[in-house]
Design a protein around this ligand. Structure first.
Ligand code: F6P
Length: 360
C-alpha cells in the first residue's frame, strides 16, 4: 500500500511556505509516498468531506515556489477545540478532524505553522490519534527551540527596505519618521531591521522605554548636525502607562496596532519636530521569499520527511547552532523565543549608538 502523508499550513501566512510545501512533496515523492495537501489549515478537515489536493511528486513548479503565500491556504482563527459556530455557540470539532484523517488514510501530518498553531495541532494529534511532524514558520520568529522560522528573513528584509526608503524623505523634510512593524510579543523584526536599516531608535516589547529618552536622543542627533531621525517600533510595545494599543478589526478580531501613532502624539507634544508614522503591516508577510527563507524552507521540509521515514513523530524540524536538527514538539510549544535584552544584537545596537529607549 502506498504510504500517505498530509501537509497543511496554519496561522498567518508568510514568504517561503510554498518552498517548504514543494520540498516536502518532492522528498516524499522520491520515496514513492503520496502527499495530501490539506486546504485552509485544519479548516480542510472539518465537515463531512475533507478538502485536499494530492501534490505532484515532482513538486509545485519553478514559479510557484518563488511566490509568497501558501497554495494550500491557511487560517489563523477557528481553534477546533473551541470552534465559533454561526449560531454563536462554541463547539469541539476535533472529532471531525480525526474522522477525516481516517477517511484519507493519512498516517502523519506535517504541520507548517507558528507557536499558536503548533500548540493547537499537537493537542488535536493527541486526542485524534494521528502522528505529527512540525515545520516552524512565522515572521515573528518567536517559536521556541529554533533560531529561525520560515518567513522571518523576508519580513526583516521588507522592514529594512522600508527604513532605507524613509531615510531620504526624512532627511529632505527634516522629519522624524516612525515605522511600526509586526512581530507580536517578540521584537525580533524591529531589532534586526532597525540595526540593518540604521534606525536611530529601536523600541521593542522586551525593553521598557521612556519618551523622555527618545526626546534626548533627538536632541543629541541635532547637536551632531543631523536634522532627521528614524524610529522603528514593534507593534506590541506598550504605552508609557502600560497600555497595549489595539485595533478592532471587526468580526471579533482584535490585533496589535497603534503604538506608532501613540509615540507620534507624545513627540508632538514634547518637541517641535514634524513627525510622520508608517505602519508596514502585511507587506512584511507578502512577496517572494529571500534566498535565506527558500533555503531554510527546503532544509526544514526535507528534514520533516526524513523524520517521518525514521518514525520520529512528535518532533519539530529546527535550526540550532546553525545546524538543522529536530526537537520535541512539546518542548517547542512550552517556550516562546523573545529578544534577549542582554544578547549580542541589543549590545550591538547600543554600541552603534542606537537608542533602545531605556537610557537617556
Ligand atoms: O503572527 C504573524 C502576524 O503577522 C503578527 O506579526 C501580527 O500581529 C498578526 O499576525 C496579524 O494577524 P492578522 O493577519 O490576523 O491581521
Amino acid at each position: 500500500m502506498t504510504k500517505k502523508i498530509g501537509i497543511l499550513t496554519s496561522g498567518g501566512d508568510c514568504a517561503g511556505l510554498n518552498a517548504a510545501i514543494d520540498a516536502v512533496a518532492i522528498a516524499a515523492g522520491q520515496r514513492g509516498w503520496e502527499t495530501y495537501g490539506i486546504m485552509n489549515g485544519t479548516g480542510g478537515l472539518l465537515g463531512d468531506t475533507p478538502e485536499y489536493v494530492i501534490l505532484p511528486k515532482e513538486g509545485l513548479g519553478e514559479v510557484c515556489i518563488r511566490q509568497g503565500g501558501t497554495v494550500l491556504g491557511t487560517t489563523n482563527k477557528g481553534n477546533p477545540f473551541a470552534y465559533p459556530m454561526p449560531d454563536g455557540s462554541v463547539k469541539d470539532r476535533t472529532g471531525e478532524i480525526a474522522e477525516n484523517i481516517k477517511k484519507l488514510g493519512i498516517e502523519c501530518i506535517i504541520g507548517i505553522g507558528g507557536d499558536g498553531s503548533l500548540e493547537i495541532l499537537s493537542g488535536i494529534a493527541k486526542v485524534a490519534g494521528f502522528e505529527l511532524v512540525w515545520i516552524p514558520k512565522t515572521i515573528d520568529n518567536d517559536v521556541g527551540e529554533t533560531e529561525l522560522a520560515i518567513g522571518f528573513d523576508t519580513a526583516v528584509m521588507k522592514a529594512t527596505a522600508a527604513l532605507d526608503d524613509l531615510q531620504s524623505t526624512a532627511a529632505s523634510h527634516d522629519r522624524v519618521m516612525i515605522l511600526e512593524v509586526m512581530g507580536r510579543d517578540a521584537g525580533h523584526i524591529a531589532l534586526e531591521a532597525g540595526i540593518a536599516g540604521g534606525a536611530d531608535v529601536i523600541l521593542i516589547p522586551e525593553i521598557p522605554y521612556k519618551i523622555n529618552n527618545i526626546v534626548k536622543k533627538m536632541v543629541e542627533l541635532k547637536q551632531t548636525g543631523m536634522n532627521y531621525a528614524r524610529i522603528i517600533v514593534s507593534e506590541a510595545v506598550k504605552t508609557e502607562d502600560g497600555e497595549t494599543p489595539m485595533i478592532d478589526q471587526g468580526k471579533d478580531q482584535i490585533r496589535y496596532g497603534g503604538i506608532g501613532e501613540y509615540i507620534k502624539r507624545q513627540l508632538d507634544s514634547a518637541t517641535a519636530a514634524e513627525v510622520r508614522v508608517q505602519v508596514l503591516g502585511h507587506i512584511q508577510r507578502g512577496g517572494s521569499p529571500t534566498w535565506n527563507d527558500r533555503i531554510l524552507a527546503k532544509l526544514l521540509g526535507v528534514r520533516a520527511v526524513d523524520l517521518i521515514e525514521q518514525g520520529k513523530f512528535g518532533y519539530m524540524a529546527a535550526l540550532q547552532d546553525g545546524k538543522i536538527t529536530e526537537v520535541p514538539v512539546d518542548k517547542a510549544v512550552q517556550s516562546c523565543r523573545t529578544v534577549d535584552p542582554k544578547g549580542a544584537l541589543v549590545h550591538t545596537a547600543r554600541r552603534l549608538g542606537i537608542s533602545m529607549g531605556d537610557q537617556g
